[in-house]
Design a protein around this ligand. Structure first.
Ligand SMILES: [Zn+2]
Length: 385
């Protein structure tokens, strides 16, 4: 971890290997592991097949977008009963989980059903090419997919983490961004969390995911193009100018911290959408200073608490908001000088019990229609703070 050289580390990192060769990393922020008094020497004794290999991705010639064809993922674990949760520590349930230890703080491991993996499959493509027609291009889906377990507590959520634990997760995001960016096949690192069955979550245990792609994904490319054009025209960063514009307008700002600002974007697409941005120009999580990481943990928890109070159900009970939270970072090898880090949190819940579906206009041609005023969303988020 990057810490002040003379300060005691606040997280101890231990890399281990699962039975099929996948990497699992413990990030311990509590005793007896933090000091090293006890070490992580648990062996995964499950009879597993070999390390998962990369599937295939195909180029959509109509749009230039890569599509990962990961049909093995159809067999992945889907909403298992609590006693069979693969993200709980081993020992509590009825079967060994993905985490051999009997308790943990934060754990990261390579996904058993990855959309992108480090090695090509023996029977799959070894390099980009086309078998029949040059318009039908394929390539091995090289990269890496990881799971981040925020806590061993099955019934917790990110928003119920202590500030200290949330701070550990921030360190984990930094660590993973740094390591995955160093892989030769990786062009973009996307850290995200899906929360709630409405979003398509297949495991209830609080966790996030990290996809390290061998290409720059479509939305990242479009963000990069807009930032590049703005920089060419003005010599300035689009993200910084947009933050200044939002602060100037004021009506959509939700939280204003020393290092971070949360606002509902002017042209929000989702019924509930908030951007959390650093006040300083930073391309990715690795570039954050320690005091920025400290405040990020606090501000993000504050934001999540507000989101969980946004809607009320019967008896004025607050509704746990289903959401997607994703970190937009500069791609690994391009546009780093014009990109600016931001977190996008979005929800499909447009009213209690009512979902917005990405239907004809959004799914068909990518033209978004939002029935909710961004200013009204921001006012409500300020009110429930
Ligand atoms: Zn669990």
């Amino acid at each position: 971890m990057t810490e002040h050289p003379d300060a005691a580390p606040r997280v101890r990192r231990t890399s281990t290997t699962l039975a099929d060769g996948r990497e699992l990393i413990y990030f311990d922020d509590s005793e007896p592991y933090l000091s090293g008094a006890t070490t992580r020497e648990v062996v995964d004794e499950r009879p597993l097949d070999g390390r998962p290999t990369a599937g295939t991705m195909r180029l959509d010639a109509l749009t230039g977008d890569w599509v990962s064809i990961a049909d093995h993922r159809q067999n992945r674990t889907f909403l298992p009963p609590a006693g069979e949760c693969p993200l709980c520590p081993t020992g509590g349930g009825t079967m060994p989980s993905e985490i051999p230890a009997h308790e943990y703080d934060v754990v990261v491991f390579e996904n058993r059903f990855p959309s992108f993996a480090h090695e090509s499959a023996k029977d799959g493509p070894r390099a980009a090419g086309s078998s029949e027609n040059p318009l039908l291009t394929h390539a091995p889906a090289l990269g890496r997919c990881e799971v981040v377990c925020f806590t061993s507590d099955h019934d917790a959520s990110f928003s119920s983490l202590s500030p200290a634990r949330a701070r550990t997760v921030v360190d984990v995001w930094v660590d993973r961004t740094r390591e995955l960016s160093a892989l030769t096949e990786v062009e973009d690192v996307f850290i995200f969390e899906n929360r709630g069955e409405e979003i398509g979550v297949t495991l209830h245990h609080p966790h996030g995911q990290i996809y390290a792609y061998p290409f720059v994904p479509a939305r990242t490319a479009s963000l990069l193009q807009a930032a590049s054009e703005h920089h060419r025209r003005t010599g300035r960063l689009l993200g910084a100018d947009l933050l200044a514009a939002e602060l100037d307008a004021g009506s959509r700002v939700v939280i204003r911290g020393t290092h971070w600002t949360a606002y509902v974007p002017y042209a929000a697409r989702w019924p509930l959408e908030v951007h959390l941005v650093p006040n300083r120009d930073v391309p990715d999580l690795v570039a954050l200073e320690l005091d920025e990481r400290d405040e990020l943990a606090e501000v993000y928890l504050d934001l999540l608490h507000r989101l969980d109070r946004f809607y009320e159900g019967p008896g004025d009970a607050p509704i746990d908001l289903p959401y997607i939270a994703g970190w937009h970072q500069a791609p690994v090898r391009q546009g780093r000088e014009v990109s600016r880090l931001h977190l996008q949190v979005m929800s499909v819940l447009r009213a209690p019990g009512r979902l917005k579906y990405l239907a004809g206009s959004e799914s068909g041609v990518g033209a978004w229609i939002n029935d909710v005023s961004p200013e009204a969303v921001a006012a409500r988020l300020r009110e429930v703070g």
